[in-house]
Design a protein around this ligand. Structure first.
Ligand code: ASP
Length: 438
């Protein structure tokens, strides 16, 4: 059995977190590939190593000395090393790096040193082989990964060394230069490594006990979701519930590898398991919602026209919106009217131009814009083909005095999205969570 364990920045923020990671890794011999982020924040007012490295680069670009920040970073690595009794000549490596620090240093190379040094320390501490991402994670200039080459390199290292640590967040370009992924990219490295060794599970260790059923800023102590499908997770993530880097899902999903989100600070908690399909549902868990998520500040553009031509009139409006790069969230179509929902941020400065273009092209009887709309998604695979679900949702919201402005449910019945006034956002999330999720 092979488990790939990726640890996020907060899990490796200092020596005491390194110890927790070692306990977790040592407790299961199947954890043979470990992927490491750069050391993160040790407290709320601390800084992530990645942010400090970006800051160093910005100083170089503007010709301002970054030495104090640079030496602070070095000091943090030395502290971890000394506290854990690891032998690694960080001072020498930082002196060498300092010699390369001028405005022409590649930002990707410099920032990747966060993951690089954190992983070097972790490999030495665990007694695992350090496999640099530049030697096993390959991508082209557009960021597309070469999965064949990655698989060969990782399998070869596994055969040779048995247990390895790989730094997350960066890859090697065909030129051999280092390329950073987007923020949170260590999740992707972990997923690629899991796919490469056909892991039995990809464990993503972080500082929460899995994906929560609702936003803890709105609902008090929401429960973590024990099991969720990739399709449900996509619905929740599109509504703002964020735990994983979106691109980390595909490599494991395609290879049928379950993804388990776990809490480094509560290693006994089972966390959330994400799978492609759930064959047998847990009978003790009767509620039909998997999770609730939502976002504020949308607008509804409502258009009324007698004898509306559904196809051509809608197409004309969609073309105008596409020209202005406005992403549509929902469309609802009636006999002589239709309405479109989009984020306020995407139309803020252009809404009047858009309306006047629509007026010119469509000559509608009326156009109106309704502002301050929130979209809230009730997501649950158990809603599928179950009569009465939408009725009970609308009933519960009605009883709580929530006025529903728009409704959308896809034919797969995986989610029901309601549009409500921003002022009723929190109530909507709470009512859905309390009535149907727990
Ligand atoms: N250290 C990087 C970041 O802060 C990548 C990662 O943690 O996944 O975004």
């Amino acid at each position: 059995m092979i488990k790939v364990a990726k640890f996020g920045g907060s899990s490796v923020a200092d020596a005491s977190q390194f110890k927790r990671v070692k306990d977790i890794v040592d407790s299961d011999a199947a954890r043979r590939i470990v992927v490491i982020s750069a050391a993160g924040k040790r407290s709320a007012d601390d800084h992530k190593m990645t942010d400090l490295l970006y800051l160093c680069h910005a100083h170089l670009v503007y010709g301002v000395s970054c030495e104090p920040i640079f030496r602070d970073i070095e000091k943090r690595f030395c502290e971890i090393r000394d506290e854990l009794g690891i032998s690694l000549d960080i001072e020498k490596e930082f002196d060498d790096l300092w010699k390369k620090m001028d405005k022409d240093i590649s930002v990707d190379y410099l920032v990747s040193r966060g993951e690089y040094f954190t992983s070097r320390l972790m490999a030495a501490y665990l007694g695992f082989h350090f496999l640099d991402a530049k030697d096993c994670i390959f991508s082209d200039y557009n960021g597309k990964f070469d999965e064949k080459k990655i698989t060969e390199a990782i399998q070869k290292a596994m055969m040779q060394y048995g247990k390895i640590v790989i730094p997350g967040f960066y890859s090697s370009l065909p030129s051999g230069k280092i390329k950073l992924m987007s923020r949170g990219g260590s999740d992707i490295t972990g997923a690629l490594a899991a796919a490469a060794c056909r892991a039995d599970v990809y464990e993503n260790w972080t500082d929460v006990s899995g994906i929560l059923m609702a936003d803890p800023r709105i609902v008090k102590n929401p429960r973590p979701i024990p099991k969720i499908t990739y399709a449900e997770l996509r619905e929740l993530a599109s509504m703002g519930a964020s735990v994983l880097h979106e691109e980390s899902i595909l490599p494991v999903k395609e290879n049928g590898i379950p993804l388990n989100i776990r809490n480094t600070n509560k290693p006994d908690h089972p966390g959330t398991v994400i799978v492609d399909k759930i064959e047998k549902e847990d009978a003790s868990y009767k509620r039909f919602l998997t999770g609730v998520a939502g976002r504020k500040n949308f607008e509804i553009l409502a258009i009324r026209k007698h004898n509306l031509d559904n196809n051509s009139d809608l197409r004309k409006v969609l073309e105008i919106l596409e020209d202005h790069k406005i992403a549509i969230e929902h469309i609802s179509l009636g006999l002589d009217s239709f309405s479109l929902v989009f984020a306020k941020s995407s139309v803020e400065t252009i809404i009047y131009d858009v309306i006047s273009e629509i007026q010119k092209v469509l000559k509608p009887d009326n156009i109106s814009v309704q502002e301050n709309i929130s979209l809230v998604a009730a997501v649950g695979r158990k809603m599928t083909f179950r009569p009465g679900i939408s009725g009970s949702i609308f009933n519960a919201l009605g009883e709580a005095g929530v006025n529903i402005r728009t409704i959308a449910q896809g034919a797969d019945e995986l989610s029901i999205v309601v549009g409500v006034d921003n002022s009723q956002f929190d109530t909507t999330v709470r009512v859905l969570y309390e009535s149907f999720a727990v």
